[in-house]
Design a protein around this ligand. Sequence first.
Ligand code: FAD
Ligand code: MLT
Ligand code: ZN
Length: 454
Amino acid sequence: MSIAELKSLLGSGRISEDEDIIKTYSDDWTGRYRGSARAVISPQSTDEVAEILNWCSTNRVGVVPQGGNTGMVGGSTPLNGELIISLRKMKNVNFSDTNDNQIVAEAGATLLEIQNLALERSMIYGVDFAARDSATIGGTIATNAGGLNVLRYGTTRRQIISVEAVTGTGEIIGNLNGLDKDNTGYHLPSLLCGSEGTLAIVTRAKLRLRPKPKENVSILFGLDTIQDAVNLTEACVSTSTEIIACELFFQKGVDLVREAYDLQPLWNNKNSIYLLCEFAGDLGVLDRLNENVLGEMLRTHDSILVATSDRERQRLWQYRELHTLAISNKGIPLKLDVTIPLGNLTHFLDSIATICGNINPLSIPYVFGHSADGNMHLNILQSEPNVAEMEEEILKFVVSLDGSISAEHGIGRAKAPYLHLQRNEEEIRLFREMKKAFDPKGILNPDVIFPTSR
Ligand code: FAD
Ligand code: MLT
Ligand code: ZN
C-alpha cells in the first residue's frame, strides 16, 4: 500500500507524513497510549472521507478516526500502524434552514463552537464539559459523551436528531432530515452514537438546541459525609425542576486543584466533601429554591456558597472542572469512569480507599464525578505495578453493585478486556456481527471495543 496512491486520489494537501506533525496526533490525551502512524489524513468533506475509506477498505489499511483526541480510553490512538483520519478540518456549523431549534455541524466542530453559535440565538447545546474547546461533535457522538448537564439534557444521544456517516467500505449513509419522528427502520443516530469509530465515521450531524435559561445559580455545599452528599443529591433532583448539574468531589482533589491553580481554600478546609449544584430557569431561581425543601438548607447550612454572576459561578466551577488536569499534572492515572446506582454509592465510595490500599498501599485514588447520574470518576495515581489487578478488582466490584464499567468515556482499548464483565457472550457476538456488516474488512478502529476484532 503506498501513501502516494492516496495522495494522487486526494491531493497532497490532505495528507501529512511529517513525523513531528504526526506526533501531535498519535499519543492519547491521558499519556497512557503512545501510538505511531505513517500519515495523518485530513479530509474536508464527506465525499473525501468516502474516497479514503473506500481506498483503505480495498487495500485493507486500518484507520483511526480522530476528532479532538481528548478521549480517555485509548480509542483514538494508532497502536497497530493505522492511518489517522482527522476530522478536525471539517468544521462547518450552521443553523438548520428547516428548524430554528436545530444546528447542522460537521464532525470536526468543537463543543465550544456549537455552544457559541447557539448563544447567537439565546439557545444552548445540552452537552458541556471541561474539554469543550477541543472535544469535537464527531468524537462526542462516537463516545456518546455525557458531561455536566446530563441530569437536565441527557447524554449526546439525546441531542442528536440526524446523522450522516461513512461505513468501513466507503458508503455514505444517513441523512440530515432533522425529523424527530422518523421510524423507518433501525435508528442510525442511536446506533452510531457510542460506536466509538468502529462502525462508521460520522461526518455531519443535526443537533437539538434548547432555550438558554434566563438565570443560572451555582451553589457549593461543604459536607461531612458521603451519605449527606447522596441525600442532598436526591433532594435536589426530587424537588427542583430547575436543577441542571450536581457534581460531587472531595477535599483531596480540591487540595490538588488549589495547589496547581492557586485557588482559595474552601471554609478553611473544614469540610471533606463538596457538592456543586447548578440550577437554571426563569428569573427568580433562588427565590423558588428558598420555597422548597432546599430552602431550609440554604438558610441553616453553615458551609454554603451561592453564585449568581457568571464570574462567581466560573470561580466555583473551577474547583470541579480542573480535577482532570490537576491530576494529570501529577502523572498518568489509572482512569475509571463508572456508574453506580445511587443507593449503592455510599458503600462504593466508602470502599475505594481500602480496595486500592490493599492492592497497592502507595496508590493515591482521587474520586469526583456527576453524582446525580451515579457517575464517578476514579483517577488513581501511583497504581503501578498493580494497574490491571486494581482495575479488574474495582470493575468487578462495580458490576457486583449493579453498576456500569464505563459511564460516559466508552470502552476504547482501555476497557475492552473487561467488556465481558458487563455484556454477555451473545451480545458481544451480535456486536461483532454488526461491526462486520458496517466494516467487513475490519479497518475501522480495529482494537477498539473488541480486544482483537481482526
Ligand atoms: P477523540 O478523542 O478524537 O475520539 C474519541 C473516540 O471517537 C475514538 O474512538 C475515535 O476513534 C472516535 N471518533 C472521533 N471522531 C469520530 C468521528 N467523526 N466518527 C467516528 N468516530 C470518531 N467525556 C465525557 O463524556 N464527559 C466528561 O465530563 C468529560 N470530561 C472531560 C474533561 C477533560 C479535561 C478531558 C480532556 C476529557 C473529558 N471527556 C469527557 C472525554 C472526552 O472529551 C470525550 O470522550 C469526547 O467525546 C472525545 O471527543 P474528541 O473529539 O476528543 O474525540
Ligand atoms: C470529567 O467529568 O471531568 C471527566 O469525565 C473525568 C475524567 O477526566 O476522568
Ligand atoms: Zn465526566
